[in-house]
Design a protein around this ligand. Sequence first.
Ligand SMILES: *Cc1c(COP(=O)(O)O)cnc(C)c1O
Length: 613
Amino acid sequence: MSYGIDIWGNDNFIIRDGKVKLTTLSQPAIIDIVKEIRSEGYTGPLLLRFPHLIKKQIHFMYSLFNQAIKEFQYKGKFQAVYPLKVNQFPNFVKNLVKLGEKYNYGLEAGSKAELILAMAYNNPKAPITVNGFKDREMIALGFIASEMGYNITLTIEGLNELESIIEIAKKRFGTVPNIGLRIRLHSSGTGIWAKSGGINSKFGLTSTELIVAVNALKEAKLLDHFSMIHFHIGSQISEIAPLKKALREAGNIYAELIKMGATNLQSINLGGGLAVEYSQYENKLHRNYTLQEYANDVVYLLREVALAKGVKEPNIFIESGRYIAAHHAVLVAPVLELFSQEYTEEKLDLKEINPPLIQELFDLYHTINARNALEYLHDSIDHMESLLTLFDLGYVDLQDRSNTEIFVNLIIKKAVDLLKDKQYKELLSIQERVQERYLVNFSIFQSLPDFWGLGQHFPIMPLDRLDEKPTRSASIWDITCDSDGEFSFNPKKPLFLHDVDLSKDDYFLGFFLVGAYQEVLGMKHNLFTHPTEMTVFVDDKGYKIENILESQSINDILEDLDYDVKEIQENLKEKIENSNLIEDSERKHILGEIYLLLNDNGYLKTIKSENHK
Ligand SMILES: *Cc1c(COP(=O)(O)O)cnc(C)c1O
């Protein structure tokens, strides 16, 4: 069972010795890294960052574009910036900037806070672009970046921003940032994020506004600073055709603006949108092109338009974020419980005389074999339904009901195991009804918000036992109290997991491609916060774990909500001290317990406990 690793894995991971391993250098198994970290006391969900996977994507992007430029003898240059909104976390951004230095890879900012980050960390010679709605303060900040010596381009989203730039330019100290104009295309992307392009888009100047803008710049003697046009047709563009349309449109706008006198206009910025393959299923792919094709199309089409219009070939500027960031992070979460694991033979408590259907279940359970397994499975499920009806009508009691549930779950377990090597169609059709529920120590709202909000699929697989056939159709439950915190079993995109005895073994699930957008969009639902994270540098001898950042403590979470933590502690202390239910000697102990808890994170502890005997 490969869990589609050949489809989404990007050659970053390989299954060997039953484990998921990294394909680079010493090829460590993720599970071994996880076990090492846990042995140091970090339990709960873990977010592993792999800088070599950031490096790989950056390298890929530059080399494929430069290859296409060479192949088509294109005269423009390729440049890229990383859009900070995709992942602003320091242990990602700082590595990215360092790894991007030799490519002159820059940063893109969409807010004041992101611009401050860009100004603090960008490689000195690399470009900075600024998009999004800007007030005068943010524009002034762009001027400051320019005064600091950065090669910064402020992309104008509306004419009012242009007015501010013209005014501020008169007042400041002489250096003026490059100016970009965001164009409003009539073509737009496809996919669930396609709203940011198109004629009804939230952003960009119409053709009439573009003419007004160029004239205003001319009048203010700032036209020489106008160097870029920009568009962004949406994220995770699933098909290449809309991009091609957008490129033709943008190429023509570029040429027309040059003809209007914008002689320093030299770049077309394609924004982001380059898609990542998240699918685990061959028949459900999330994109219909590769980076190679994307790069070739961009270069070819821009060349064609420039030739036809008789203008110089534009520099190609891109702001792909998802493509760069998604691969680098893997979320690992421990399975806490299999829903049916509580149904054991020992818990059966049969009566002297049982209802006939329960007697029947008893017989099914004791005589099931490979030949009759499917039939018995069907029968037991039917019997359960009948017995539950009898319970509702008052004919059987709670003990009978308990015995029924235990028998049926035991029969399902046995049947699924007996049938594991057979590919019965009927077995597939029954999987939804016999699924096992895996309770996993993480929050979907915190760690996979796009699954919750958009139904975005992320590859899921166990980190070991991959040389054993997984037999249980699985649904995954997170530890929030919200019924939306669940990946339900979907027969069209089935997930099978192993039938593990958690009293003996640990079982970890990996959630892949979570490096883009998920972290900062994550919600503190139920006050579960960002998981413990670390950066793993793989080398030829093994790997090094650095920058461990433990999940926030309960104190810190409450402080973030603007609670006065001192007050909380005082309140708790007062109540404990005034309680007449406890002895004096016990108070100190209880206060100590509370203190430890407040300073620890809120995820569940998965160290095997007494109830797993
Ligand atoms: C969001 C955004 C990006 C990044 O998009 P991806 O799909 O992550 O590549 C780039 N540019 C702009 C203007 C954006 O708003």
